[in-house]
Design a protein around this ligand. Structure first.
Ligand code: SAH
Ligand code: SF4
Ligand code: F3S
Length: 436
């Protein structure tokens, strides 16, 4: 039987799709690249915003039509939507719904669905991912590795703690076993993943932490770069900053969502820091790590956000100069504290205006920051080819670089001299050595 996955949401869902694909492949299913070829379609869903939820609902509607026409046999739902609205999805017509902590059961569940059962399978406490599970990775040189599941933070707007459950770290030796296997497959870059990746190890209570994991993983000779996503501001320790500063394989890139530049809004969001504390953290990181890249997320139009609050965020963004910023308009999520107790009272047009103002500001900042790269030489790991015969990849600060070169393979590390900059990618030519 041919299975097609459609994946929404964050890298954790991407990683889960890779694991489910690996398991199905090992159990005799084929994984196909398009819906048209498939007998089974599994939607790996995201519910972080209403828009994300609407997207897979409309896809499900489409799939149900295909199924009626006999073009499709089974429709499955995985991911965060499963955890949030399993029964409803079954009622709508899905054949099975599997939770994100139960993905190791995908083959059994699919087999039962093929035999006509309608199934909701959610496990709450077990975190099923370990290095023994097979994976069908989409990249040959880079791998996502989920190291901590769930979230304990309960920001008032966010649905993730309700879908992914509480924080649960994987044992470090199991993660290192996974890295070892990856090396045998030729992987050179890895990204450690978690909703709060820097909370890694806290629940294990044996001294395990992200800094130590990065140190250990960097000892594998074939691993060239180590990334980590996403950091919660107050979980970044001095030890982690020191480790990133001194370990040449650790990417000089922190993604630290701030969400707002107004202390009043931060408090309503239950983010447990002030903008001053966040600024101090950024200063500390920048003092210790030369040219470090710091990126962030901001929510625009949170309930009661006044023009003053918004202007504080604008000033904050100007002051910090993030290397990258993900902006989102506040979206009320059922079951969260914010949707229960705070009215979504910022006018829709005004939300869009605020979003656009920040987008424009960030574009200017990107442009200015990127100009500093002109004539510099950076080390890039090759990730692929562009349509017009160039190569692209990223440097250790997560800058996308497009460049001319010859006979390169994915995963090769090369030097590139930057000859043109934009608000987006940098452009350049490959060099034999930097400084020549
Ligand atoms: N754990 C990370 C982020 C996880 S969700 C952190 O705490 O920072 C990814 C991003 O989605 C968040 O940073 C936030 O900016 C956005 N987001 C989450 N819930 C949202 C909501 N209800 N409305 C709009 N954006 C939201
Ligand atoms: Fe959501 Fe907050 Fe947890 Fe991030 S820290 S996943 S925003 S509850
Ligand atoms: Fe979406 Fe779940 Fe990730 S809600 S952002 S897929 S953790």
């Amino acid at each position: 039987m041919k299975v097609f996955f459609k994946t929404y949401g964050c890298q954790m869902n991407i990683n889960d799709t890779e694991i489910m694909s690996g398991i199905l492949l090992e159990n005799g299913f084929d994984i196909v690249a398009s819906l048209q070829e498939a007998d089974v379609v599994i939607l790996n869903t995201c519910v972080v915003r209403q828009k994300s939820q609407d997207k897979y609902h409309s896809e499900l509607g489409q799939l149900l039509k295909f199924k009626k026409q006999g073009r499709l046999k089974i429709i499955g739902i995985a991911g965060c939507g499963s955890n949030l609205e399993a029964e409803k999805l079954l009622e709508l017509g899905a054949d099975f719904v599997i939770g994100s902590r139960s993905i190791n059961e995908i083959s059994n569940i699919l087999n039962r669905a093929i035999h006509g059962e309608k199934i909701v399978f959610l496990t709450d406490t077990i975190c099923s991912v370990n290095s023994d599970l097979p994976r069908l990775r989409s990249s040959k040189h880079h791998a996502w590795i989920t190291i901590i599941h769930g979230c304990n933070r309960f920001c008032t707007y966010c649905v993730v703690p309700y879908t992914r459950g509480r924080e649960k770290s994987r044992p470090m030796d199991d993660i290192l076993r996974e890295v070892k296997k990856l090396i045998q497959d030729g992987v050179k870059e890895i990204t450690f993943l978690g909703q709060n990746v820097d909370a890694y190890g806290k629940d294990l209570k044996d001294g395990t932490n992200l800094a130590r994991l990065i140190e250990q993983a960097s000892e594998f000779e074939n691993i060239k770069r180590i990334w980590f996503l996403t950091s919660y501001p107050t979980d970044i320790t001095d030890e982690l900053i020191e480790t990133i500063a001194k370990n040449p394989k650790a990417a000089k890139s922190f993604h630290i969502p701030v969400q707002s530049g107004s202390n009043r809004i931060l408090k309503l969001m239950n983010r447990r820091y002030t903008k001053e504390q966040y600024l101090d953290l950024v200063k500390k990181i920048r003092d210790k790590i030369k040219d470090v890249s710091i990126s962030s997320d901001i929510i625009v139009g949170f309930p009661t956000e006044t023009l003053e609050d918004h202007n504080e965020t604008v000033e904050f963004v100007k002051n910090i100069e993030f290397e990258r910023l993900n902006l989102a308009v506040y979206s009320p999520r059922d079951g969260t504290v914010a949707s229960k107790y705070f009215k979504d009272d910022v006018d829709r047009k005004e939300k869009t205006r605020r979003l656009n103002e920040l987008l424009e500001l960030q574009k200017q900042i990107n442009k200015r920051l990127n100009e500093k790269y002109l004539n510099q030489c950076v080390e890039v790991i090759v990730e692929g080819n562009t349509k017009d015969g160039l190569y692209y990849g990223r440097d250790i600060r997560n800058k996308i670089v497009i460049f001319s070169g010859q006979n390169l393979s994915l995963g090769d590390a090369v030097f590139v001299k930057i000859s043109r900059t934009t608000a987006g990618p940098l452009y350049g030519e490959m060099q034999k050595k930097c400084g020549l």
